[in-house]
Design a protein. Structure first.
Length: 459
């Protein structure tokens, strides 16, 4: 009986998720049922349940998670007060005279919004509402316009101080500051690859991204456009960069950096006279809803993990990976392919709270650098969200795109950026030092297999 309870528990959870039940309650309900069955059959180690109280207490005392409400609130303030839209308009005045200027602006603004908003869906919707109509009015090719918006929104996966990275750090038990440091260069490479692609396309086929129409009454020179962009875009960009620098250099913890960001954003909104009771209340409401949902997910996932381990589920998982050849290489390739396809059907939270805690012990046993693995999985998940026809980012974009934009155009527009993301996943696998900053010799691609613990003696 003990050999089938853990696999059956895992299978029942996926059935509940595909049936459409809420993730947090599915986790807790399945764990409760199988925990009761394990107790009845004597196959459940009750000592694991004694840790539940400490898990709950640890969730509320976790320093990394304290940054979540601050960063969410900061992102909502920038969006609700219209500062993010002003940022787009200011950069458009600067780059709009260039072929592809609006696309450059969208990538830059998307990177800033993604870093703060932290969730792909929120970023894609926000960027789609702000930038997509402007690009379509400027006669951009709908495929290029939608591809730029979707790709810019998925940067929320990897740009620090991404909320996604906070959750991954918590689930994989990795230092958040190390993850932020490791994700900086991959993020910069992704943004650079988007900008290079736009430059190449606009040079080869300029009519796909013509210069945007000059704003009525705008006869400014380049120097005055730069000055105007610096005045409008400088403060929000400065807040984000200052927050990142404080966290990166250890001056502030992520939660302290988030508190600084919220305070600076409130002061900026007040100075611009854009902060009203209505948009402040809306930003607080969204923050409360998102944070509450994450807390319920964490508690449900903790309960599920404890019961799963109480049924010796980790032994079953390790036995599965034992049959994968080539040790570290086989494990990395298998996990990345599996998560890529799982993300077609499961959202980020389901993968983060269910799948990743199960593979983390195996990765540690194989001696894999966990910071590198975390960043690699974040980029992989970003790739999965762009894959037509299942990508979540494309669904989100379809919900805000005008009816004149066909769904097939959204799909075709995503493919070039999907290819760039796949190349980034391959680059991180081939060159782990992009994340770890260590010389290649310290990342040993060996073929050591997983060593399973000996089976317990029968009573």
């Amino acid at each position: 009986m003990s050999d089938i309870l853990a696999p059956a528990m895992f299978a029942c959870l996926f059935v509940a998720l595909f049936a459409g039940f809420p993730v947090a309650f599915s986790l807790a309900a399945v764990a409760g049922v199988f925990g009761a069955v394990g107790l009845a059959t004597g196959d459940f180690n009750v000592s694991f349940l004694n840790n539940m109280l400490f898990r709950i207490q640890g969730t509320f005392n976790n320093d990394n998670l304290l940054a979540l409400p601050m960063l969410i609130f900061m992102g909502m303030l920038l969006e609700r007060t219209g500062i993010a839209e002003d940022l787009f308009v200011a950069l458009n005045r600067l780059f709009g005279r260039l072929s592809g200027g609006l696309a450059y602006t969208t990538v830059i603004v998307g990177g800033v919004l993604s870093a703060i908003t932290g969730f792909v869906s929120a970023s894609v919707v926000a960027i789609g509402l702000i930038a997509l109509p402007v690009m379509l009015r400027a006669k951009y090719d709908p495929r290029l316009a939608t591809g730029v918006v979707a790709a810019s929104g998925t940067l929320a996966q990897v740009i620090p101080p991404s909320l996604v990275l906070i959750i991954l750090a918590e689930q994989l038990d990795v230092s958040l500051i190390e993850i932020y440091r490791g994700a900086l260069l991959p993020s910069a490479l992704l943004i650079s690859s988007y900008l290079v692609y736009i430059f190449v396309i606009t040079q080869l086929v300029p009519e796909r991204a013509p210069p945007s129409v000059r704003v009525e009454g705008d006869s400014s020179t380049v120097s005055t456009a730069i000055a105007a962009a610096a005045v409008t875009a400088g403060p929000p960009l400065g807040i984000v960069l200052a927050m990142l620098a404080a966290i990166y250099f250890g001056v502030a913890t992520p939660s302290e950096g988030g508190a600084f960001g919220v305070t600076a954003t409130l002061i900026l909104a007040l100075a611009k006279r854009k902060l009203t009771g209505r948009n402040l209340r809306r930003a607080m409401d969204v923050t409360g809803v998102l944070c509450s949902g994450i807390i319920f997910l964490l508690l449900g996932a903790s309960f599920f993990t404890l019961v799963f381990r109480g049924l010796d589920g980790q032994v079953w998982i390790e036995s599965l990976f034992r049959h994968i050849p080539a040790g570290q290489i086989g494990f990395i390739l298998f996990i990345n392919v599996a998560i890529f396809f799982l993300a077609f059907f499961l959202d980020f939270f389901e993968i983060a709270f269910i799948v990743l805690p199960l593979i983390a012990p195996v990765a540690r046993q194989l001696g894999i650098d966990m910071v590198w693995l975390t960043v690699l999985l974040a980029v992989n998940l970003q790739t999965s969200f762009m894959h037509p026809p299942f990508g979540i980012a494309l669904y989100n974009l379809r919900s805000v795109a005008p009816l004149s934009v066909r769904t097939s155009q959204i799909y075709w527009g995503a493919i070039p950026f999907l290819a760039l993301q796949v190349l980034m996943v391959g680059l991180l696998i081939v060159a782990p030092q992009i994340v770890t900053k260590a010389p290649p010799s310290k990342i040993e691609w060996n073929t050591r297999q997983i060593e399973l613990p000996p089976p317990p003696d029968d009573p």
